[in-house]
Design a protein around this ligand. Structure first.
Ligand code: SAM
Length: 348
């Protein structure tokens, strides 16, 4: 039985009878196809999809742009393009997301890790490197794919990291990533509500968290890629989107050693409220707010001294990191499959 040829119903550039699909022609056609569906900035998505299908690097697509595609290759590419056309995120289609130096397996059980969160990891790493100590311990609250926990272990002076998540399904993904990266022996993933799984007296040097922070009323404004595919539990925080910060500020000190610190990723307009809570809560040191590459306040850091803070310590430092320490980028930039760029996912 002969295999029937894949049908590319082409409103833009119908193939002439017998004219083969070359790499370049398919790239151009597919880009137009997705653009016609109202999806923007799709060229790199199409390149990733085709390169992955052909087991090539993206650059190689252009080195072999006249290469004809076989029927089998077209058949493999077509359903993936259609998935993207119905707004499924590229990373879920490929099953992989790049995060700093790591390639993480991802699917709809976990949030796709974002570039902003790479900066959160950088903020933690730059501070612990200043300490010049080894053998540190950290807790990553709302670990999802394990992106933060595993990056800290692979890049920083950490002996052990605990990742907590309320989603058992997310933790399955995180455990798989830890196994694949050879880090499973140094990370423990616990299911539970924020700090609830951490027993009395257990303390860490660093508490890091990128908790859900989308307010329920913002839900409909999210792009379909986020709203229709990413886990709601990973995004939505009750009330005004700030619920998790209040709880972490109130309870975080319980799991931190004196001299340790907390690092939180916050939504674009949430830093002032989080800073205010930290200032009012005894034991936290003067908070520091860091800006992301787009100049928005996105990271709040505060040391834990376990003592009362004086009222003079209430001012907020704002460090503009655009001209300061750069976010270290991982190798293999050509093949990186990242979350949407800063600002590309509504309130996240
Ligand atoms: C914004 S995602 C962050 C995922 C990952 N840390 C990252 O940065 O890519 C938030 C995570 O918090 C988890 N989460 C939601 N509510 C939680 C709760 N009450 N306790 C612990 N984790 C929770 C979600 O399942 C999700 O994995």
């Amino acid at each position: 039985m002969t295999e029937s040829p894949p049908r590319f119903r082409d409103p833009v550039d119908p193939p002439a009878e017998g004219k083969p699909w070359s790499v370049l022609r398919l790239l151009r056609w597919s880009t137009r196809y997705l653009e016609d569906k109202g999806i923007t900035d799709v060229r790199s998505d199409v390149e990733h999809l085709l390169a992955d299908t052909l087991e090539m690097r993206r650059l190689e697509l252009y080195l072999h742009h006249e290469r004809p595609l076989s029927t089998a290759e077209l058949s493999a590419f077509r359903p993936r393009l259609l998935e993207r056309a119905r707004r499924r995120p590229l990373q879920y289609i490929l099953g992989v997301a790049s995060f700093r130096e790591l390639e993480l397996e991802v699917d709809e059980r976990v949030l796709i890790p974002r570039p902003e969160t790479e900066e959160l990891v950088e903020a933690v790493l730059s501070r612990v490197r200043e300490w010049g100590r080894e053998g540190l311990e950290a807790i990553d609250v709302g670990t999802g794919s394990g992106a933060i926990a595993l990056s800290l272990l692979s890049e920083g002076p950490f002996r052990r990291v605990v990742g907590v998540d309320r989603s058992g399904a997310a933790l399955d993904v995180a455990r798989g990533n830890a196994e694949r990266l050879g880090l499973a022996g140094r990370v423990e993933f616990l299911e539970g509500d924020l700090l609830e799984p951490i027993g009395t007296g257990v303390r860490f040097d660093v508490l890091v968290s990128n908790p859900p922070y989308v307010a329920p009323e913002e839900w409909t404004q999210l792009p379909p890629e986020v709203r229709d595919f990413e886990p709601r539990m990973a995004l939505e925080a009750g009330e005004d989107g700030l619920a998790f910060y209040g709880r972490l500020v109130a309870d975080g000190g319980r799991v931190l050693r004196p001299g340790g610190f907390m690092a939180l990723e916050v939504g674009a307009d949430q830093a002032p409220r989080v800073v205010e809570w930290i200032r009012k809560h005894p034991g936290w040191e003067r908070p520091v707010v860091l800006r992301d590459m787009a100049g928005r306040d996105r990271i709040v850091l505060s040391g834990w001294n376990g003592e009362e803070v004086s009222s003079e310590q209430g001012l907020t430092d704002v460090e503009d990191r655009r001209d300061g320490e750069g976010t270290r980028r991982g190798p293999r930039a050509d093949r990186r499959v990242q979350g949407p760029e800063a600002g590309g996912v509504g309130t996240r």
